[in-house]
Design a protein around this ligand. Structure first.
Ligand SMILES: Cc1cc2nc3c(=O)[nH]c(=O)nc-3n(C[C@H](O)[C@H](O)[C@H](O)COP(=O)(O)OP(=O)(O)OC[C@H]3O[C@@H](n4cnc5c(N)ncnc54)[C@H](O)[C@@H]3O)c2cc1C
Length: 337
């Protein structure tokens, strides 16, 4: 365990905004968690739990401690074609996906290139290209701060839904995820129906396609669409897509004939929040050092030197503008500290 005081956080989030933490505690062994919490408890409030910082916007200096999760290690148990892969929370998510693809284990290849740590993956039930973490999750190991003990949680106990879970709902962050177990398979079906994957794989006959082909196609598509946080600060989608009840469809289609809608449930439909923002004329808009990304309005960016507060004010402006036009209050996908 390493402890730093008045620690700069600029390089700890992909937005790259300047902020400081009164205490920054790096945890590299599960057994150090109780001691770290004891130290962090000085301020009387639950610490902030930080992985790769790719889904967090820090708007001010943090008076409470930050626990940086650096737990490492990957274990596997093979049973015939199936494998349970257990990765410690501090492992890099994309590197884990690549290891699994290399070993011929399918199930998470569509989730390639999502930045961040394994431990954060269950928090918002990461998803992309038709696959969500919940589809392959076996169990999550947590350290419960209130109970002072570790235990396993089943997928049902995590209450996963679209970019949401019990962990994201728990504002007091009372559980530290220490490892995540996934059920993968050598014979998993490829999921190529979403976005441009099928198009990317057009040259490969369907019966010759591998997990690696899908993995590489997803990487190519993502690189062409999303800003690389190393080049331009961002946290991916700032807002969630809008879920609406079918009772609204008729009036929406009447007022906005081109509105894209796709069914997610018996009577619920999803509208891409990027489309709503773009419709309001905000795609590529720049305000001071922040704005929306020129290729995807859903992504807010730090053009350089933006403060967290500046980005937060801009995010609220985007939300207000969409509300004025459509009447929807977009939900935040990013965690704002
Ligand atoms: C360019 C870009 C593209 C992205 N694309 C996608 C995408 O396609 N799909 C998608 O779902 N997301 C996407 N994201 C968002 C982000 O990558 C994911 O949410 C990722 O899981 C965050 O991981 P992290 O380690 O960086 O989490 P952090 O940003 O560090 O933390 C996120 C939240 O999880 C909590 N947390 C982190 N670690 C733990 C832990 N061990 N225990 C308990 N709580 C924890 C934090 O307190 C915080 O509330 C994208 C982000 C970027 C920058």
């Amino acid at each position: 365990m390493k402890i730093y005081f008045d620690h700069p956080l600029d390089s700890h989030t992909t937005f790259g905004v300047a902020a400081r933490a009164a205490q920054f505690i790096r945890i590299e062994d599960v057994v150090d968690i109780p001691a770290a919490l004891e130290i962090a408890g000085g301020s009387g409030k639950a610490p902030y739990i930080l992985g790769g910082g790719s889904n967090v916007l820090i708007t001010e200096d943090l008076a409470d401690a930050v626990l940086s999760i650096g737990l490492r290690g990957i274990e596997t148990e093979e049973h015939g074609d199936e494998v349970i892969v257990t990765a410690a929370a501090g492992e890099n998510w994309h590197e884990l996906v690549e290891v699994c693809v290399e070993r011929g284990w399918g199930g998470i290849e569509n989730l390639a290139l999502i930045p961040g740590s394994v431990g954060a993956a269950p928090v918002q039930n990461i998803g992309a290209y038709g696959v969500e973490l919940a589809d392959v999750l076996e169990r999550v190991e947590v350290y419960d701060i209130n109970r002072g003990e570790s235990y396993s949680m089943t997928p049902a106990e995590c209450y996963f839904s679209y970019r949401d879970s019990i962990f994201k709902q728990d504002r007091s962050q009372s559980r530290i995820i220490t490892s995540v177990s996934l059920r993968l398979s050598r014979t998993a079906a490829l999921n190529t129906s979403y976005g441009a994957i099928e198009q990317e794989l057009a040259a490969i006959p369907a019966d010759k396609r591998s997990f690696r082909d899908v993995f590489e196609a997803v990487i190519r598509i993502r690189r062409s669409k999303l800003p690389d946080p190393k080049v331009i600060g961002n946290a991916g989608s700032f807002f969630k897509n809008q879920i609406v009840h079918e009772s609204l469809l008729e009036s929406l289609r009447q007022d906005y004939p081109d509105i894209p809608l796709w069914q997610v449930d018996e009577d619920m439909y999803k509208i891409p929040a990027g489309w709503l923002i773009e419709y309001c004329g905000l795609k590529g808009l720049r305000r001071g050092n922040t704005g929306t990304y020129e290729k995807q309005a859903l992504v807010l960016v730090n053009h350089g030197g933006a403060t967290g507060e500046e980005i937060w004010q801009f995010a609220q402006y985007v939300r207000r503008t969409v509300k004025k036009e459509f009447g929807f209050q977009l939900a935040w996908e990013v965690n704002v500290w």
